[in-house]
Ligand binder design. Structure first.
Ligand code: ADP
Length: 439
C-alpha cells in the first residue's frame, strides 16, 4: 500500500513537473503548473463522479468502472468488498432457507409471534394442525385464531415451564400440547405437538381401570358377604379353618377398599364427577371428618384439634373434597403413634385458602416426598403392612386438588411428624349467604 502510494505521488509530481517544464518552454512555468493542477483536479472529479454514479445506482453492473492509478485501486478494492458482501449474503440466505425447510419438514407446528401475539411466521404443520392460512393470517393476532381462553391465559402468564393441552381449533379431534419459549425482543416461539395418540392411550388406560374395577366389585361383594357370614359363625367351624377364614375376610375387605379407591380415582380423573359450582362448608366438613378420625383413632387416643379461621365457603365438589381431606386426616391417624397430636386448620390469606393437616407421627424421608402422590407409591413398604392403606390416598388428593385449581405441599422429616397443606386459589372462596329462616 505504502509502495503504491509513493508511486501515485511520484506520478503526480512527474506530471506536474512536465506541465511546469512545458510552461517554462513558453516562458510561463507557474501557468504550466497551474494548468497541470487544474487538469489533475478535473480528472479526480470525473473519477469521483463515476464512483458516485456507480454506488448510487442499485441496478448498476457488478463490475465497477475501470480506471488507472489511485482510482483504479479504489475501484478494485470496492469491487472485492462488494463481492465478499454478496457471498456472505448468499450464504446467510441459504442458511435461512435451510432452517425454514427443516422447520417446515417438522411434524410439530412451529409459530413465531411478536410480544403481543401478532403472527410473523409458521410452518406447514402449523397450517395443518391449527388451520392457519399462509396468505390470510400473516400479522393476525394468534388469540383470534386460537380462541381457547386457557391458551390466552397461558400466553399472557409468561410462565411456560409446563406445557398446555388444548384441542385444535380447526380439527377438534386433534389434541395438541402447546409449549412456548421466549426469544429475541420478548417474541414467542410456539411449538404445537400432536398428542392425540397419547391422549387416546391415556383415555383407554383410565377406561380400562374404571371398567375392570366396576366389573370386579360385584363378585367381590358376594365373596366378602359370604366370608362375613362365615366369620360371624366362626365358632361352628373346625378350628383349622378359622384362621384361614379370618385372613380371607380381612384381605377381601382390603380389596374392596382398593376397588372403591380405584373407582373413585378414575371418576375424579375422567371428570365424571362434574364440578358444579356448588359451595362447600369446610368448617362443617372438617368437623365431621375429625369426628370419624377420632373413631378411627380409638384406643390410640390421638389429640385431634380443628381450627377454622375463615367462615367463607369453598367453591367445589363436596364429595371430592371430602375424599381428599379425609384421606389426609386418616393418614395422619394411621401414621401417628398412640397419644400423638393431629392439628387440622383451615386458614386464608392474600394467596388463597389453605388446609393444613399436621401430625406428630413417624414422618417421611424427604427423598420420597416428590413421588408420594404417585399411585401405589409407599415411603417404606415394610411399615405399612398393618395400616390397611390402599396406596391411592394421596393420588386421589392430588387429582381432587387439580380439579379445584389447587396444589398439595408436603413438609416432613423422619421422626418429626408431617404437614400436608392443600392450597386453593383466592377465587375459590365465596361469601356465606345468611340463611333465610323458615326451613
Ligand atoms: P396409603 O394408603 O399407603 O396410606 P397414601 O397414598 O395415602 O397411601 O400415602 C402414600 C404414602 O405416603 C404412605 O404409604 C406413607 O408412606 C406416606 N404417608 C402419607 N401420609 C403420611 C403421614 N401423615 N405420615 C407419614 N407418612 C405418610
Amino acid at each position: 500500500m505504502q509502495h503504491n502510494w509513493s508511486r501515485y505521488l511520484r506520478l503526480i509530481l512527474v506530471g506536474l513537473a512536465c506541465t511546469t517544464l512545458i510552461g517554462l518552454f513558453f516562458g510561463q512555468p507557474l501557468l504550466g503548473l497551474l494548468l497541470g493542477l487544474v487538469v489533475y483536479l478535473w480528472w479526480t472529479l470525473v473519477q469521483a463522479r463515476r464512483l458516485h454514479q456507480w454506488l448510487a445506482n442499485p441496478g448498476a453492473p457488478d463490475e465497477p468502472p475501470q480506471s488507472v492509478g489511485l482510482w483504479g485501486d479504489i475501484f478494485d478494492n470496492l469491487h472485492k468488498v462488494h463481492r465478499a458482501h454478496l457471498l456472505t449474503q448468499d450464504r446467510l440466505r441459504a442458511q435461512i432457507n435451510r432452517v425454514q425447510e427443516s422447520t417446515n419438514a417438522m411434524r410439530d407446528g412451529v409459530i413465531m409471534t411478536d410480544a403481543r401475539g401478532a403472527m410473523e411466521w409458521w410452518n406447514g404443520s402449523a397450517e395443518y394442525l391449527l388451520g392457519f392460512k399462509t396468505d390470510k393470517d400473516r400479522g393476525q393476532y394468534i388469540h383470534n385464531l386460537i380462541r381457547t381462553p386457557a391458551f390466552k391465559a397461558y400466553f399472557d402468564a409468561r410462565d411456560y415451564r409446563d406445557p398446555l393441552d388444548i384441542n385444535s381449533p380447526a380439527k377438534p379431534h386433534i389434541h395438541l400440547q402447546i409449549q412456548i419459549s421466549l426469544f429475541g425482543d420478548d417474541d414467542r416461539l410456539i411449538v404445537a405437538k400432536d398428542v392425540t395418540r397419547l391422549y387416546q392411550l391415556e383415555q383407554m388406560r383410565r377406561d380400562f381401570v374404571g371398567n375392570v374395577s366396576h366389573e370386579m366389585r360385584t363378585p367381590l361383594t358376594v365373596i366378602s358377604g359370604y366370608l362375613e357370614t362365615l366369620v360371624d359363625h366362626a365358632d361352628e367351624l373346625p378350628p383349622k379353618w378359622r384362621r384361614a377364614i379370618n385372613t380371607m375376610a380381612a384381605q377381601s375387605s382390603r380389596m374392596e377398599a382398593l376397588i372403591t379407591d380405584l373407582i373413585l380415582l378414575s371418576k375424579i380423573e375422567t371428570g365424571e364427577h362434574t364440578l358444579d359450582d356448588s359451595l362447600t362448608d369446610v368448617d362443617a366438613l372438617l368437623t365431621q371428618i375429625c369426628h370419624d378420625a377420632r373413631a378411627l383413632s380409638g384406643d390410640k387416643m390421638h389429640q385431634i384439634t380443628v381450627q377454622v379461621n375463615d367462615q367463607r365457603l369453598l367453591k367445589g365438589d363436596e364429595s371430592q373434597l371430602r375424599s381428599a381431606f379425609s384421606n389426609l386426616i386418616f393418614n395422619a391417624v394411621k401414621y401417628t403413634p398412640a397419644n400423638g397430636s393431629i392439628n387440622v386448620s383451615w386458614s386464608t390469606n392474600r394467596d388463597g385458602a389453605h388446609l393444613s393437616v399436621k401430625d406428630s407421627g413417624i414422618g417421611i424421608d424427604p427423598i420420597h416426598i416428590p413421588r408420594l402422590t404417585e399411585r401405589f407409591y409407599r415411603a417404606d413398604p415394610s411399615r405399612h403392612k398393618d395400616t390397611g392403606g390402599t396406596g391411592l390416598g394421596l393420588a386421589i388428593v392430588k387429582h381432587v386438588l387439580l380439579n379445584h385449581d389447587g396444589n398439595l405441599e408436603i413438609k416432613s422429616s423422619i421422626g418429626e411428624g408431617s404437614e400436608f397443606i392443600c392450597h386453593f386459589p383466592r377465587e375459590r372462596l365465596a361469601e356465606r349467604i345468611p340463611e333465610t329462616s323458615g326451613h
